[in-house]
Design a protein around this ligand. Structure first.
Ligand code: 13P
Length: 252
């Protein structure tokens, strides 16, 4: 059975003090939820990762980084390596978020390098991709998603896929309040699973968790998560409020 995952991407939000308060509240809240084959992940900013990692040590909550550099070490001012993440017991990293692609110029080629560096250090990857509104309007969304996945991930062998979680995040639905309909999400997720099955064995495709991200909130989570090929969500804004995030976890 595929693992279900609800992950919160905190983006550039929450100070150290706010992070401590939110993690504490969240730890209490998740205790009340029956987690059936479901993982709960939070991704605070780099400066708050170690604290969050320590605070969640004996809890079901896992901690992920939002990004990392592709090099092992060196003269890359302001950057963080995979090994540094591992050294503070962070085992998962988000790569390819549309905000990294748009504001920091991350390309599929660069992301392939980051993917390799993460895997070399035994990090699990939540790999994000998704089309912009113009692509969807022109009917190019499948082509765009196919190209993003192929260029960044299809050089991997099938064994590496046990460390990959996919996250479909249509850019037009991120932070806009506009969510893909459950049918649109299911249609794309089924397409992605077929794409993976075409390149690898079907068991790789069957096993890979595919998350949906883009304005998921308590009011729409259950309907989206009920779709066959939707294995959970990558949550932005609603992950910053404990009531909302726990309601979304409970919805799965
Ligand atoms: P929102 O849930 O705020 O739309 O953000 C989604 C997202 O980008 C998660 O990575």
């Amino acid at each position: 059975m595929r693992t279900k995952i609800v992950a919160g991407n905190w983006k550039m939000n929450k100070t150290y003090q706010e992070t401590k308060a939110l993690v504490k509240e969240l730890k209490h809240a998740v205790k009340e939820i029956e987690l059936d084959n479901t993982r709960v992940v939070i991704a605070p900013t780099f400066v708050n990762l170690q604290k969050a990692s320590k605070m969640t040590k004996n809890s079901v909550i896992e901690v992920a980084a939002q990004n990392m550099h592709q090099a092992a070490s060196g003269a890359y001012t302001g950057e963080i390596s995979a090994q540094m993440l591992k050294s503070i017991y962070v085992d998962t990293v988000i790569l390819g978020h549309s905000e990294r692609r748009e504001y920091f110029g991350e390309t599929d080629e660069l992301l392939a390098e980051k993917v390799n560096a993460a895997l070399d250090n035994d990090l699990e990857i939540i790999f994000c991709f998704g089309e912009v509104l113009e692509d969807r309007k022109q009917g190019n969304h499948f082509k765009v998603v196919e190209s993003q996945i192929k260029h960044a991930l299809f050089h991997l062998d099938s064994a590496a896929w046990s460390k990959i979680i996919l996250a479909y995040e249509p850019v037009w639905a991120i932070g806009t309040g506009e969510t893909a309909t459950p049918e649109q999400a299911q249609e794309m997720h089924a397409f992605i699973r077929e794409l993976v099955a075409g390149r690898y064995m079907s068991d790789v495709a069957e096993e890979v968790s595919i998350l949906y991200g883009g304005s998921v909130k308590p009011s729409n989570a259950q309907e989206i998560f009920s779709k066959n090929d939707v294995d959970g969500g990558l949550i932005g804004g609603a992950a910053l409020k404990v009531e909302d995030f726990s309601a979304i976890i409970a919805a799965i």
